[in-house]
Design a protein around this ligand. Structure first.
Ligand SMILES: Nc1nc2c(ncn2[C@@H]2O[C@H](COP(=O)(O)OP(=O)(O)OP(=O)(O)O)[C@@H](O)[C@H]2O)c(=O)[nH]1
Ligand SMILES: [Mg+2]
Length: 326
């Protein structure tokens, strides 16, 4: 058997085996499948192909916001309320900046007290390193694996700032932005894109000074936003507002006012576009190797100012498209 045939055969077997394990909620299959899609291993495409028609039922909630605002603590408390709904729950922590995600999830397990031993709560840190877009791509597929395994509620905590949070918001059904009076640059953090992504804004640590001021500033800031987000406050320390927050999230997830099918359509459209661009980029990069002579000449022309960058890029692109057509 040639190496290639063996590889195809091996991948097909792995795919079938894993897909079956996932649908039977076998923990080892689940862990392996998540690693495969998180690291975009060669089997990832076949695996998603095998489970795709089992997906579409999970609801996803993203928790984002500055470091230390209380995201993990809040998730830990909310889970017991969500469990009353009798659903299998998964928690994902996305930390693309950390090469050692194992440590992070261990810390989070301590904060999300009381849930680690519960077999209905699956917790996992995702590596999801790589450039912008890498996070959302991997996360989408990890959610699909969990969805196929019967996890109907997936909570995603994003650690990190800026683009990553925006990326995550584009993948989940509902985005909760968690802030606290302690996170010094609070208002700037909201201005830096966070005001556009939240369905819900939570001022956590309301037991501390400054929370009322923060609450009012957020109201001012998101008041004009079209999606009319809800602003609420909580204290993990005193328990204030947690039950209400769980209820608000549950109501939003079940709300007829939010058209999840329409949101899914938007998500699938942007995923499709991203994937086509990825495929074309890869194809063009391979083809560039075959255009080495033209490429070298163009660089030389650029260095000696015989051509401008726009024209150089256009002629190279035209030439590559020509190869595709032929
Ligand atoms: N006073 C007070 N402290 C809180 C509250 N909620 C969380 N904390 C504390 O704030 C610290 C940070 O909480 P985490 O839950 O780890 O915050 P996080 O947003 O998950 O942090 P990262 O994952 O590092 O971004 C911990 O020491 C918590 O005990 C609260 O309501 N009041
Ligand atoms: Mg955390």
């Amino acid at each position: 058997m040639s190496k290639k045939v063996f590889r195809i055969f091996f991948h097909a077997l792995t795919r079938l085996h894993l897909a079956e394990g996932i649908s039977n909620s076998d923990p080892r299959s689940l862990a392996r499948a998540i690693s495969i899609v998180d690291n975009n291993e060669p089997e990832a495409h076949d695996l998603i192909k095998a489970i795709f028609n089992m997906t579409g039922g999970a609801r996803t909630v993203g928790f984002t916001g500055p470091a230390g605002a209380g995201k993990s603590s809040l998730i830990g408390k909310l889970i017991s309320y969500f469990q009353e709904l009798g659903q299998k729950i998964a928690v994902l922590a996305v930390d693309p900046s950390s090469p050692l995600t194992g440590g992070a999830i261990l810390g989070d397990r301590v904060r999300m007290q009381g849930i680690s031993d519960d077999e209905n709560v699956f917790m996992r840190s995702l590596a999801s390193r790589g450039a912008s877009g890498g996070v959302s791509k991997s996360l989408r597929n990890v959610i699909r694996v969990l969805d196929a395994a019967g996890y109907k509620l997936v909570l995603v905590e994003s650690v990190g700032a800026g683009q990553v949070e925006v990326d995550i918001a584009s993948v989940v059904n509902l985005t909760v932005v968690v802030l606290s009076p302690q996170t010094g640059d609070k208002i700037q953090a909201i201005k830096a894109g966070l005001n556009e992504i939240g369905d819900l804004y939570v001022v956590n640590k309301s037991d501390l000074d400054g929370s009322a001021t923060l609450f009012n500033s957020i109201l001012d800031l998101v008041g004009d936003v079209e999606r009319k987000p809800i602003v609420t406050s909580t204290s993990v320390r005193s328990g204030m507002g947690i039950k209400e927050l769980a209820l608000t999230i549950t109501n939003l997830l079940n709300s007829k006012n939010i058209n999840y099918k329409a949101r899914e359509k938007v998500m699938l459209e942007s995923e499709l576009k991203e994937m086509v661009i990825d495929i074309l980029t890869q194809k063009f990069c391979t083809m560039l190797v075959g255009k080495k002579e033209m490429y070298t000449q163009l660089i030389d022309d650029l260095i000696h100012r015989r051509i401008d960058p726009f024209r150089a890029a256009e002629s190279l692109a035209d030439s590559l498209v020509g190869v595709l057509r032929s």
